[in-house]
Design a protein around this ligand. Structure first.
Ligand code: GTP
Ligand code: MG
Ligand code: ZN
Length: 334
């Protein structure tokens, strides 16, 4: 069974009907009866299925890319963190790094799940940040219930659809807001902490609100989590942040992941940021990472000296390993 990330209806796709999206954004039935070969594959890549959940209002009807369900259970990754912690910049840097082939050393290849949507994401977030060097805006409060981007990740044997949700930090504190509907479908948690923040003791309501909504067994969650302490460029002269931030990535080395996790834990602990460590206490599998989405702070909305992300893919790789997207690697996670 697959959970629809938009309405949480449980989907059984044994008898899917296919749809194609028209240029004006509507959906019409797609018949592949006589189509074979590469043409068929091409149409299937762009095909959609309609979520079978009963809706009271036809306006609430929604479609999912066929690729989202055809490879088995998709992985929904939710970025979790308070307002302005750096979620949106981190995701844009991650997708940018993936576009530049950053997953290749791990034996992973990617494709856009929905080619048009992905192009829209790259045009609106990745390109402005990495090429035009402009700071991205705060995420708006529009009650979007859809992932901002989604990829097909292949590890040489299996393909997994991976969808990313990034909503405004303020909304994450709410357990009732429409925009937080995807929370129960999350299969990988990406907690984001602002490493430059001085008010570390405060903890984060969004962490608790999201952790509370996920199922637990024996008091703990089986959903793997990665904690990314971002904006580490602002604390780059502090040991051991400097060592990690400028370390060359060397594949997925569980010992290095463990050592970095310990250092991040100690870093947060020293700052009295115990409340930030709740994902580590609550999740059975959790890794911690020092990252910088931009390499420097923006001035007047621009990154004048360019954007140089550091270690943005490490938390993602770790989530991939913990969730089984990336198989054949030794156990990762504390
Ligand atoms: N120095 C530094 N600043 C960063 C970094 N990433 C983001 N910022 C800044 O942090 C601020 C907030 O970043 P966002 O990515 O919009 O934060 P958010 O968590 O998505 O915020 P909401 O959408 O409001 O929830 C912006 O002013 C960014 O310029 C980083 O790696 N280093
Ligand atoms: Mg945002
Ligand atoms: Zn649905």
């Amino acid at each position: 069974m697959i959970l629809c990330p938009i309405c949480l209806h449980e989907l059984d796709w044994s008898d899917e009907e296919l749809y194609e999206r028209t240029p004006d954004g509507r959906y019409q039935p797609l018949s592949l009866g006589h189509v074979t070969g590469p043409r068929r594959e091409d149409l299937l890549r762009a095909a959609h299925v309609r979520c079978p959940a009963p809706v009271s209002d036809p306006g609430l009807e929604h479609h999912l890319p066929y690729d989202y369900i055809r490879h088995g259970r998709p992985l929904v990754i939710g970025l979790v963190g308070g307002p302005e912690t750096g979620k949106t910049h981190l995701l844009a840097s991650m997708i940018g790094a993936i576009e530049q082939g950053g997953l290749r050393p791990y034996g992973l290849t990617t494709d856009a799940l929905d080619i048009e949507r992905h192009a829209e994401y790259v045009d609106s977030y990745v390109h402005p940040l990495l090429v035009e060097r402009v700071a991205l805006s705060r995420t708006t409060h529009r009650a979007t219930t859809e992932p901002v981007d989604a990829l097909l990740v292949n590890d040489g044997r299996h393909t997994t659809a991976v969808a990313f949700f990034d909503i405004a930090g303020e909304l994450l504190r709410s357990a009732t807001h429409e925009a937080t509907r995807f929370v129960p479908a999350i299969g990988g948690l990406l907690f984001v902490i602002d490493g430059s923040s001085r008010s570390a003791r405060m903890g984060d309501e969004s962490f608790r609100a999201v952790l509370d909504r996920l199922p637990k067994s024996g008091g703990r969650l089986d959903v793997p989590a990665a904690i990314a302490v971002t904006k580490c460029d602002a604390v780059r002269f502090q040991a051991p942040v400097d060592t990690w931030l400028y370390a060359e990535p060397d594949g997925l080395d569980p010992e290095a992941v463990l050592a970095e996790s310990r250092d991040v834990y100690a870093f947060l602990h020293r700052r009295g940021a115990h409340a930030w460590l709740s994902p580590y206490d609550k999740c059975r599998k959790c890794t911690l990472h020092f990252v910088s989405a931009t390499g420097a702070a923006a001035a007047d909305g621009r990154f004048r000296r360019g954007v140089r992300p550091r270690r943005v893919l490490e938390p993602l790789i770790s989530l991939f390993a913990m969730t089984g997207v990336l198989r054949g690697h030794p156990e990762v996670g504390l």
